[in-house]
Design a binder for this molecule. Structure first.
Ligand code: BMX
Length: 301
């Protein structure tokens, strides 16, 4: 483990996703310590926070504030699900208040993909550019940084791409329900291979046809989403993250599928430089001005 952080510089950061919780002690772009625990969907927000609190107990006194990156919508410090199928968060859960009460000190919370977008813009593959971050994970999340500002809020301009509806109604609700990790595992089980999404990618890498069929179908749909994002926002780069986005071979499949598009409409796809840590690094940084300077408008719109 790296050296101890000084209190003024280090933050506790949590990334609460549909499958796992990553807790980290973060200083700038540096992760000084980290721990992962699974998210039990049935435990509810108090259960998820209790699990995180237990995991970070050894770091007591080593951080000055807490930043959380969470799946779902954070609005006025309250947390709700956009798609309860990814994680059943009750509407309007007082997340900032509960984080602060449980972990001590000031706390701020953000959507996971928006926080990761900020992390990649500040320290990773999106530096100095208008960028979109797209996480292909349990679900699909997005974050947009234009002119150095992270777009927050509820609308699709805040990057909630996964819960947009498919134009061709292949699936009744959200496009993520036909592309992302839950769908991939569900498809595998349907064809007699009850493994998680990671297992499907491993099987595809090993040349198993059933697995290649599933990951290609996911990739074709994700490529359409990427092409639409490029048309809507024309970012200089789309930074790809998440367990599916960064799975072996997936960025190559997506690049190949997008290859025939005319250059002006073709996304420039790059992998997240901070990998699975983009969310915790972004949340730690975003939470700092909110708390210390009460001047978050400087950086986020
Ligand atoms: C869903 C939505 C987004 C989130 C995205 C990725 C919920 C609970 N989540 O679209 O807010 O950013 O999934 O989440 O409504 P992950 O858990 O797959 O990282």
């Amino acid at each position: 483990m790296a050296e101890a952080a000084t209190l003024e510089e280090a933050a506790l950061a949590l990334d609460i996703g549909g499958t796992k919780i990553l807790a980290a002690l973060v200083r700038g772009a540096e992760v000084l310590a980290e721990v992962r625990v699974p998210t039990d969907p049935s435990a509810g927000p108090e259960g998820w926070l209790a699990r995180a609190e237990e995991a970070v107990a050894p770091w007591a006194g080593r951080y000055a504030w807490t930043g959380a990156a969470v799946t779902g919508l954070v609005d006025g410090g309250r947390w709700s699900a956009l798609n309860p199928g990814i994680l059943p968060i009750p509407d309007g859960y007082p997340l900032m208040e509960r984080l602060s009460a449980r972990l001590g000190g000031p706390a701020a919370a953000f959507n996971d993909a928006q926080a990761a977008a900020w992390g990649e813009h500040r320290f990773g593959a999106g530096q100095g550019a208008d960028m979109v971050f797209l996480t292909l994970s349990t679900g699909i999340g997005g974050g947009i940084v234009l002119g150095g500002r992270l777009l927050l809020g509820r609308g699709s301009l805040a990057g909630h791409f996964g819960v947009t509806a498919p134009v061709l109604a292949e699936h009744p609700a959200h496009i993520e329900d036909g592309i992302a990790g839950r769908w991939i595992a569900g498809e595998a089980a349907r064809v007699g291979h009850p493994v998680d999404a990671e297992g499907v990618f491993a099987a595809a890498q090993a040349g198993e046809g059933w697995a290649e069929t599933i990951v290609m179908k996911s990739a074709r749909r994700a490529a359409r989403l990427l092409a639409n994002i490029q048309l809507m926002l024309a970012p200089a780069r789309i930074v790809l993250g998440g367990g599916i986005g960064l799975a072996p071979g997936q960025i190559e499949r997506l690049r190949e599928l997008l290859g025939p598009l005319p250059p002006l409409r073709r996304p420039c796809l790059v992998p997240a430089a901070l990998g699975a840590r983009a969310g915790v690094i972004g949340a730690a940084d975003l939470a700092r001005p909110t708390i210390k300077n009460d001047n978050q408008q400087r950086r986020i719109a």
